[in-house]
Write a protein that binds this ligand. Structure first.
Ligand SMILES: [Mn+2]
Length: 458
């Protein structure tokens, strides 16, 4: 990969050129810009970074957030005319719809792209040999744009990183361009790395029983079980996490690590317990907490608050914290269900039904890491009106063994009149109601093939 000019980062030339074209399109246009983004932590963070970059140059904007970047949503965008649209965390898979809009379009997306654009300016890392699933998120891509627009925007890095963490690009350590951007922001004093136990502050027993990432099988939501575990290492059940001595902290870390290993959590998930964390010197918060808050706002249907957090609104942080608590409680409920009932098993995959589409993906992702059998990806299904929404999540080890959930979701959904796609390790689909069983059978056959197993097939 060739570096670009004076840039110390290894931004491939093609990507840098594409960003330059996008910036030229912004500078060469007039009037309010419409920003369109996805409602998850990555999408909202990308939106926040873009809004702040536009605020800095005094450019008015309007933001539309979508939960599902589907045709109906893109069609609804035609109701209002903007001379310039900026699509974040979506658009690469919907270029045809994007190009049907009257205004010009810039697409900053990291999902696997299809045919090249005809008219839109698409900046997608996959086109330049960078894996958008693991090395660059929509938020770090939006940040690359903002940073090229004005180097002062380096102070926005914590928000960009919050999005990358939301898309789990830190599993096993940040890599590629994400890592380069981190090093640069560290040098600028914007973030600091600290190894720290990833449990919420407060009473230790609540921190452990409330934790969802990592989720401790047998301890999640069960303070009594936590109490006896703590007493086995001589820690009082009422102790406060911040008051633990270094020895107690070490003992706690090792017993919890052991517990995760015993339950078969993959190495990258065990590392979640005592990870390298990123401290925002300006916001005085760990970036994973910031990410969790933004994510919860989206999941709880209050995207405006998530964006306001990214815009630096302190009062929004309080509201976001409340969303976070409510969200954690809902996810814990789902994980407890998986711990109790398990998931239904097929040859190549396992699946479960859940009634809240906003958290099915989270239950899937955490379930495959901390609760369920690790030899198969997990599919979570939710009925929504006349459709069924599906989230699918795997592990790095499964991807290394050949799993590509993006292909599985796209092909299986396509075969039953639905749509699907995403990343190899995390993907999703929507299929017509009544077609879920058929979708699962086809997906099972595809996944079994990826993993070299024998499926009954559709
Ligand atoms: Mn994303």
């Amino acid at each position: 990969m060739k570096g670009s000019g004076a840039d110390a980062l290894l931004v491939p030339e093609g990507l840098d050129d594409a960003l330059g074209k996008a910036i030229a399109a912004l500078s060469g246009s007039e009037g309010a810009v419409r920003i369109v983004t996805h409602y998850d932590a990555d999408g909202l963070s990308a939106g926040g970074v873009m809004c702040r970059a536009l605020l800095r140059i005094g450019r008015p904007f309007h933001v539309r957030v979508t939960r599902k970047p589907e045709p109906a949503f893109f069609e609804s965008l035609a109701d209002e005319d903007y001379r310039l649209n900026i699509f974040l965390d979506c658009g690469s898979g919907q270029l045809e719809l994007v190009e049907r809009l009257r205004g010009n379009a810039i697409v900053l997306d990291h999902h696997k792209p299809g045919a090249p654009p005809k008219r839109a300016i698409e900046v997608n890392p996959h086109r330049y040999g960078i894996d958008g699933a693991t090395e660059l998120s929509a938020s770090t891509l939006a940040y690359l744009f903002a940073r090229k627009l004005d180097r002062c925007n380096v102070n926005l890095f914590p928000y960009a990183l919050a999005g990358a963490l939301g898309d789990r690009q830190d599993l096993g350590g940040l890599r590629g361009l994400n890592k380069g951007l981190l090093a640069e922001a560290e040098k600028a004093g914007v973030v600091e790395q600290k190894r720290a136990l990833k449990l919420a502050e407060g009473k230790v027993r609540a921190s452990i029983s409330d934790s969802i990432n990592p989720y401790f099988k047998g301890l999640g939501g069960r303070e009594d079980a936590v109490k006896s575990l703590l007493s086995s290492i001589g820690i009082s059940a009422d102790a406060d996490l911040s008051a633990l001595t270094p020895d107690e902290r070490r003992a706690l870390t090792s017993i919890l690590t052991l517990r995760l290993l015993e339950h078969g959590a993959p190495p990258e998930s065990v590392a979640e317990l005592n990870p390298m964390r990123y401290w925002s010197t300006e916001l005085e918060i760990f970036v994973d907490r910031l990410s969790g808050m933004i994510n919860a706002c989206g999941r709880m249907g209050d995207e405006a608050t998530g964006l306001a957090v990214c815009l630096g609104d302190a009062s929004a942080v309080e509201a976001a914290k409340k969303h976070r608590e409510a969200y954690l409680a809902m996810v814990r409920e789902g994980l407890a269900m998986l711990e109790g009932d398990g998931a239904k098993q097929m040859a190549g995959l396992q699946y479960f039904w859940w009634d809240n589409p906003a958290i099915t993906g989270s239950i899937c992702g955490l379930g495959v890491q901390f609760v369920l059998d690790k030899s198969k990806p997990v599919f979570g299904l939710t009925e929504e009106g006349d459709k069924v929404s599906i989230s699918a999540r795997g592990t790095r080890a499964l991807v290394a063994a050949g799993l590509d959930l993006s292909a599985a979701c796209r092909e299986a959904a396509g075969a039953v009149g639905g749509r699907g796609g995403g990343h190899d390790v995390a993907s999703g689909a929507t299929v017509p109601k009544g077609k879920a069983e058929e979708f699962l059978a086809i997906a099972d056959a595809i996944v079994s093939k990826h993993l070299g197993r024998i499926s009954k097939g559709p």
